[in-house]
Ligand binder design. Structure first.
Ligand code: 5GP
Length: 189
């Protein structure tokens, strides 16, 4: 059935992407979450090797030098995020599909690298104001960081057209259905 497929979910932070990603992972047993590496500090309940592979700045840079990443980026204020080649290999060896929850630039890069094997989905917040409200409600990042993210979101929306599909996340249940349909089609291809 599967020849090394990838699914990318990208969105401005606060668009509701992570909820959709969790739903997809729980629903499809053939899809495995690709754990990114990051140099940022773990927040709250986050666990190493579950949410991210947490690396020191030095180790992250060494791995860049070693060409161990499929893609990487400096995302917020000097923090690195990236996808290790070893992570994608791990998932493909299980004969599963790798699912990425990464920012819009990383998502567009992965689609470029594996154009025929990748389904890329852009999750669009209904509006910038709603996005800001959601980040405030979530309460896990500072107001300063929220403002940085909102600014970034405005430029990230320009990337939407590079994706195979756009889901406007007005209603979560509706968005889940759309994502489910897109992914089912892609898996059965
Ligand atoms: P957070 O710090 O909130 O977990 O994530 C910050 C941003 O980094 C999010 O937009 C997230 O999608 C992005 N991100 C997470 N992993 C990766 C990755 O492997 N590559 C890239 N390019 N971005 C990532």
């Amino acid at each position: 059935m599967m020849d090394n497929k990838l699914i990318v979910f990208s969105a401005p932070s606060g668009a509701g992407k992570t909820t959709l990603v969790k739903y997809i992972i729980e629903t499809f047993s053939d899809i495995v979450f690709s754990i990114s590496a990051t140099s940022r500090i773990a927040r709250g309940e986050e666990k190493d090797g579950v949410d991210y592979y947490f690396l020191s700045n030095k180790e992250f840079k060494a791995r860049i030098e070693n060409e161990e990443f499929i893609e990487y980026e400096e995302v917020y204020g000097g923090n690195y995020y990236g996808t290790l080649k070893s992570e994608v290999d791990r998932i493909w060896k299980l004969n599963k599909i790798a699912l990425f929850d990464i920012d819009v630039v990383g998502g567009a890069n992965i689609k470029n690298m594996f154009p025929n094997q990748t389904l890329s989905i852009f999750v669009m917040p209904p509006s910038i104001d709603i996005l800001k409200d959601r980040l405030l409600e979530r309460g896990d990042v500072s107001l300063e960081e929220i403002n940085v993210r909102v600014k970034k979101a405005e430029s990230e929306l320009d990337y939407a057209s590079r994706f195979d599909n756009i889901i406007i996340n007005n209603d979560l249940e509706e968005s889940k259905k759309i994502a489910h349909t897109l992914i089912k089609e892609f898996i059965d291809e």
